[in-house]
Design a protein around this ligand. Sequence first.
Ligand SMILES: C[S@@+](CC[C@H](N)C(=O)[O-])C[C@H]1O[C@@H](n2cnc3c(N)ncnc32)[C@H](O)[C@@H]1O
Length: 275
Amino acid sequence: MAKKNIDNFIGQITNGDSAVVLSTIKSNSVDLVVTSPPYDELRDYNNDSVWDFNSFKKIARQLYRVVKDGGVVVWVVGDSVVKGNKSLSSFKQALYFQQIGFNMFDVIIYEKAGTAPPHKNRYFNAFEYMFVLSKGNPKTINLLEDKPNKWANHSTFGNVTRREQDGTLTPKGRKVVKPFGVRTNIWRYNNGKGFSTKDKIAYEHPAIFPEKLAQDHIISWSNEGDIVLDPFCGSGTVAKVASLLNRKWVGIEISSEYCKIANERLGLVCTEQLF
Ligand SMILES: C[S@@+](CC[C@H](N)C(=O)[O-])C[C@H]1O[C@@H](n2cnc3c(N)ncnc32)[C@H](O)[C@@H]1O
C-alpha cells in the first residue's frame, strides 16, 4: 500500500497502534520525536495491547524510518523492579536503537522533584532516562543556557588582547562572565499531580510527564515550523507544547479514552502562554 504524506496526520491524534499507524507514513517525514512509552507494564493503560520487547522493536524500526536525516528521538523511560531485580528494559531498548542505526547523542537524566515511596530497603528512585537518539548528526541543536554562573558579571582574569600586523598588542578590554551558561545533562522537574501541568483533565491519564520537560526538548532539538511526533501521545502533553511553540505536531495513541482526554485538553489551550 502506498505510504501517506505526513500532512495527513498533522494537528491530529490518530487512535491506533503506533506500529501500524507509523507503517502507513512516508519515510523521512518527521523532524523530532518526543515520547515516553509504557514502562514494563508498570501501569494499566486502559487498553488490551501487549507491550513487550517485540512490540518495542517494531515501533523503534518505524521511528528510524519516519525520522528525517539529522532528526532526533527523545525516549523518556524508567525501569521496574521485579523480585528485587531492576528490569533494565531501558538499557535493552537503548542498545537496540543503536543496533538499528541511531546514534545515542546523549543520555540526559530526568531528575524528579517528587518521588513515589521506595520499596522497603531501597533508596528513593528519583530519576528516569531521557535517551536523545539521532539519525546521523542532529541537524538542530539549540542548547539551553539557564545554569546560573557563579562568577556572573565578574571579569575573566587578565586582559584580552589582539596582536596587530606590526606585532603590537591592542587591549580589547576584559571579558565579562555571562549570567547564565549551558546547563548540564541532569534536568530536574517538578512532577506529579498539580505540578506537571495546570490542565486538570490531563491527570485523568495515570502517567503524564511535565510540560516543561517537553518544552525543553522541543526547543533544544527543533525549530519553529518543524514536525514533532509523539507515538505514545497519552494526555497530549507533547502535542500541546509543540503547538504553543509553533511547531507542527502529530500524535498517536492506542486508547480511545486517552485520545478523548488529549483532544479535550488541546481544545482548551490554543492561546495559553508557556512558562
Ligand atoms: C507513559 S504514557 C505517555 C504519557 C504522555 N507522555 C503524557 O504526558 O500524557 C504511554 C502511552 O502509550 C500508550 N500506548 C501503549 N501502547 C501503545 C501503542 N502500541 N501505540 C500507541 N500508543 C500506545 C498508552 O495508552 C499510554 O497512554
